[in-house]
Design a protein around this ligand. Structure first.
Ligand code: PMP
Length: 409
C-alpha cells in the first residue's frame, strides 16, 4: 500500500502555486469551492476553441460534437455515483438549484396541509429555505432533526419524529460547517419506513467520499460541480427515474417540451423535461473532465490522506491554548471548525489571509446550528487531498501570530 502522493497531485492544480501577500498560498477553503485541475481548465478552453455550438438541435458537425461531449458527461456522472441510468442525472446550476427544483416540483404536486418535511438542524440554508418556501405554499411544516452539541445527528430523536405525516427527509451527507458525516444509509431507511422520500445533499461529500446512490437507496442526491474540482454554474440532481417521471416540469422553455401548441403542450422525456433553455455546455463538459480526473487518482489513498490531515490538524488545535473545536462528531471529514478565545473569527481570518492562509469565517450559511451552539460563527479550515501537513503547519504558525497580535499585545 503506497502512500498517497499529495505533492504530485498538487502539480495538477496551477492556482496553488502562487504567492498571496508575499507568502506562498495555503488554500484551506475547499468547502467553499475546490480548485480546478489543469484538465478541467483545458476542457473549458478546448470547448470554446473547437466545439462551441448549441446542443441537441444543430444539423452540423460542431453541434453533434458538442452534444456528444455534453451527453457523455452525463454518462460519466452516472457512473461516478452508480446511478442506474444516465437519464436520472439532471443538470442544474448547483446544489441550491437542485434542491429548489425538487422542493418546487415534487412539493407542489405531492404536499398537502399537515405534511411534514424533516431537515437536520445543521443543514446549509440551501437545504432549509427551499423547503420552507414550498411548505408555506402548501400548508406543510418544516421541522429540525436535533443535532448534539458535538455535531452528531440524533438518530433516536429522528425515530421519535417519524409517522406517516412525514413526506420528505432532506439531510446533508457531510456538514459544511462542522464536517460531520451523517449516517445517511440509516436516514434513508428510516424515511422509507414511513413512506417518505429522502434527499441527500452531497455538496460536501463528493470531493471526499465515494458515493453509490443505488447502495444508499436515496430518492434524490444533489451536488455542485464546483465543490468537486469542476466549474461553477453547474450542478447535479440525481433522482430515481420513476420519481422524476412523476414530477411536473420545474421551468418551461426550449428543450423541455415535446410539442407546443396553443391548445396544449406536451413535455419531453427525462432528463430533458427538467432542462429548459440552453445549458452551461462548457461547464457540463468540464464537469465530465473533473469526473475523469477523480477517477484517475487513488481515491482510497486520498481519503486516508485527508483523514490524516484532519487528525494532524485536530491534534495541533488541541495542543494550542485558547482554541476550541466546534464539531467533534466521531465521523467527520474535511473540516476543522474552531474558535480562538478572546477573538472574533473574522479578525482571525483577516490575519491568516495576510499570512497567505485562506480560510473561511462566519456562520457558513448554517445559522440555525450556530444559534443552537450560541456562537456567531467559526473559523473554518477545510481540506482536500492536495493539502499537506506542511499546509497545516503554516495554518498553526499563522494562528500563533494572529493570537499574539489579537490577544497577547
Ligand atoms: N449544501 C451544502 C452542504 C453546501 O456546503 C453548499 C455550499 N456551501 C450548498 C449546499 C450550496 O451549494 P451551491 O452554492 O453550490 O448551490
Amino acid at each position: 500500500r503506497t502512500a498517497f502522493d499529495a505533492e504530485q497531485v498538487r502539480k495538477d492544480f496551477p492556482i496553488l502555486h502562487q504567492e498571496v501577500h508575499g507568502k506562498p498560498l495555503v488554500y484551506l477553503d475547499n468547502a467553499a469551492t475546490t480548485q480546478k485541475p489543469e484538465a478541467v481548465i483545458q476542457a473549458i478552453v478546448d470547448y470554446y476553441r473547437n466545439d462551441n455550438s448549441n446542443v441537441h438541435r444543430g444539423a452540423h458537425a460542431l453541434a453533434e460534437r458538442a452534444t456528444e461531449k455534453f451527453e457523455n458527461a452525463r454518462v460519466k456522472v452516472a457512473q461516478l455515483i452508480n446511478a442506474a441510468e444516465p437519464r436520472e442525472i439532471i443538470w442544474t446550476r448547483g446544489t441550491s438549484e437542485s434542491i429548489n427544483l425538487v422542493a418546487a416540483s415534487w412539493g407542489r404536486s405531492q404536499l398537502k396541509a399537515g405534511d411534514r418535511i424533516l431537515v437536520s438542524a445543521m443543514e446549509h440554508h440551501s437545504n432549509i429555505v427551499p423547503w420552507q418556501m414550498i411548505a408555506e405554499q402548501m400548508g406543510a411544516r418544516v421541522e429540525a432533526i436535533p443535532v448534539g452539541s458535538d455535531g452528531t445527528l440524533d438518530l433516536s430523536a429522528l425515530r421519535e419524529m417519524l409517522d406517516d405525516s412525514v413526506r420528505m427527509i432532506a439531510c446533508g451527507h457531510v456538514s459544511n460547517a462542522l464536517g460531520s458525516v451523517n449516517p445517511v444509509e440509516e436516514i434513508v431507511q428510516l424515511a422509507h419506513s414511513v413512506g417518505a422520500l429522502c434527499l441527500i445533499d452531497g455538496a460536501q461529500a463528493m470531493s471526499h467520499l465515494r458515493v453509490d446512490v443505488q447502495a444508499l437507496d436515496c430518492d434524490f442526491y444533489v451536488f455542485s460541480a464546483h465543490k468537486m474540482f469542476g466549474p461553477t454554474g453547474v450542478g447535479v440532481l440525481y433522482g430515481k427515474a420513476a420519481i422524476l417521471e412523476a414530477m411536473p416540469p420545474y421551468q418551461g422553455g426550449g428543450e423541455m417540451i415535446e410539442t407546443v401548441s396553443f391548445s396544449g403542450t406536451t413535455y419531453n422525456q427525462l432528463p430533458y423535461k427538467f432542462e429548459a433553455g440552453t445549458p452551461d455546455i462548457a461547464g457540463v463538459i468540464a464537469l465530465g473532465a473533473a469526473v475523469d480526473y477523480l477517477q484517475s487518482i487513488d481515491r482510497e489513498g486520498a481519503e486516508r490522506h485527508e483523514q490524516d490531515l484532519l487528525e494532524y490538524a485536530e491534534a495541533k488545535a488541541r495542543a494550542m491554548p485558547g482554541i476550541t473545536l466546534v464539531g467533534t462528531a466521531a465521523r467527520r471529514t474535511g473540516v476543522l471548525s474552531f474558535l480562538m478565545e478572546g477573538t472574533h473569527p473574522s479578525d482571525v481570518g483577516m490575519l491568516l489571509d495576510q499570512q497567505g492562509v485562506a480560510v473561511r469565517t462566519g456562520n457558513h450559511c448554517a445559522q440555525p446550528i450556530m444559534d443552537q451552539l450560541g456562537i456567531p460563527g467559526t473559523v473554518r479550515a477545510s481540506f482536500c487531498f492536495y493539502n499537506t501537513r506542511a499546509d497545516i503547519d503554516r495554518l498553526f504558525e499563522a494562528l500563533i501570530k494572529a493570537k499574539q497580535f489579537l490577544v497577547e499585545e
